[in-house]
Design a protein around this ligand. Structure first.
Ligand code: NI
Length: 425
């Protein structure tokens, strides 16, 4: 299918300008110049609209939409061990599928075209991603035995089997995901690092998120979580580490040296009272940084526009520095930064040859007018409600805020039933 997006204000790698974009068979064929012999099946008129690369949510747990607004105003450890893990024990693959469908609706509606996920019931996650048309990198969260001998080996086998079953999918990639330093002991971390190396799989993990984690690892191993993961071989140039709130300068230098991508989740870190990650220092040190919402149980949305606003605001206040993370830097982190986290150089920017994961915003809304500086508008004024049309790989997944391929009423109904079953409502 060929799509002609005519005369639209477009976020390009080198700035913002009005141009026409030509999409052919899922790829951005040309920007500005009409390709020879281009016959289009569909025209989108760009008047009053803005075209941007899709946002990339580089750390989330999609099915946790089910647990939205049921574990709030709790410190991280009370939130995770006291409330979330016992509820997750009640979830089935059926629940995971519907929770993911709801998550995909929310992400598309707010301009996200790709997400990096860590959860379980991989087949059900794959099915939701397949059916909705969104792009994803999936991983099965790996935790140690915790009183159930052999459980960790089973989880690793389950992860590897799922990857084998679903490999070669055009829109889904996989990572191996040790959940966190405090849920995977040293031996398990080494095993996972070896398997990842053997199979050429990237690593996904939570790292240095909260103070209790720092204390736990210090007591158990006499080092920091970052030092432990480096020792076990988990910090590589394809590692994607979420949070990294409690890190010092030498650990930031280590991230840069190893080529680790840090995914910052400012709203989740604020909500469960874990603090603020030193992102400006990381950017200065040349660390690869991406942006994520974390799950809907600790945010409580999957809205990357809100995340972008908080990313660009909070570091100014904390550092008394109005340039700490600029609108331009924040937008890049939320798009190209996510593409780098995914290991993709054909996403995150609008340029010829890249995959057409595109988002169109309607600028005819009060909070976006007047359009003096479009990048400022995206970082500081937009809230996601401006997103009108979304395509992934050139396929339109949302048009005029409607989902042609999703039965939205059914999704709300099924998720509501699940909440009644597990007792969150
Ligand atoms: Ni997380």
């Amino acid at each position: 299918m060929n799509i002609f997006i005519k005369d639209i204000l477009t976020v390009l790698p080198d700035g913002i300008k009005t141009c026409s974009v030509y999409v052919s068979d899922g790829v951005i064929k040309s920007v500005t110049t009409e390709p020879e012999g281009f016959v289009f099946d569909k025209t989108i008129f760009g008047n009053g609209k803005l075209l941007m690369p899709g946002l990339i949510n580089a750390h989330t747990h999609a099915p946790m939409t089910i647990l939205r607004n049921c574990a709030d105003d709790l410190l991280f450890d009370d939130w995770l061990f006291g409330r979330i893990l016992p509820l997750e024990d009640k979830l089935t693959g059926y629940d995971i599928y519907w929770g993911t469908m709801l998550a995909v609706m929310e992400m598309l509606r707010s301009g996200t075209t790709s997400f990096i996920d860590m959860y379980y019931f991989m087949d059900d996650l794959v099915r939701a991603v397949e059916e909705t048309g969104i792009r994803a990198v999936l991983s099965r969260g790996l935790m140690g035995d915790a009183g159930a001998p052999g459980a960790r080996d089973n989880r690793l086998k389950e992860a590897l089997d799922a990857i084998e079953r679903h490999k070669g999918h055009t829109r889904i990639d996989f990572m191996l995901a040790p959940h966190a330093p405090y849920t995977c002991d040293e031996g398990y971390q080494r095993t996972i690092a070896q398997e990842a190396k053997r199979l050429g799989l990237p690593i996904k993990t939570h790292l240095s998120e909260g103070l209790v984690e720092m204390e736990t690892i210090r007591t158990q191993y006499g080092c920091t979580p970052v030092e432990l993961m480096d020792k076990t071989g988990l910090l590589t140039d394809t590692t994607v580490a979420a949070h990294c709130v409690q890190v010092n300068d030498s650990e930031i230098a280590l991230f840069a040296e190893r080529g680790v991508t840090v995914v910052t989740n400012p709203v989740s870190n604020l909500k469960v009272a874990n603090g603020v990650a030193p992102i400006p220092k990381m950017l200065k040190a040349g660390v690869k940084v991406a942006l994520g919402t974390d799950g809907a149980a600790s945010n409580n949305t999957l809205n990357m526009f809100r995340e972008l606003a908080v990313l660009t605001l909070i570091h100014k206040g904390v550092n008394h520095d109005a340039l700490a993370v600029t609108a331009e830097e924040g937008f890049r982190v939320a798009t190209k930064g996510g593409a780098i986290a995914m290991g993709r150089n054909d996403l995150g920017e609008i340029k010829p040859g890249n995959i057409a994961d595109l988002v169109i915003l309607n600028l005819d809304c009060p909070n976006m007018q007047p359009i003096n500086n479009p990048l400022s508008a995206l970082a500081y004024s937009a809230n996601g409600s401006e997103v009108e049309t979304v395509m992934v790989g050139g396929k339109i997944l949302m048009e005029n805020r409607e989902f042609p391929h999703i039965d939205t009423e059914r999704v709300y109904h099924e998720v509501s039933k699940i909440c009644t079953k597990i007792g969150t409502r």
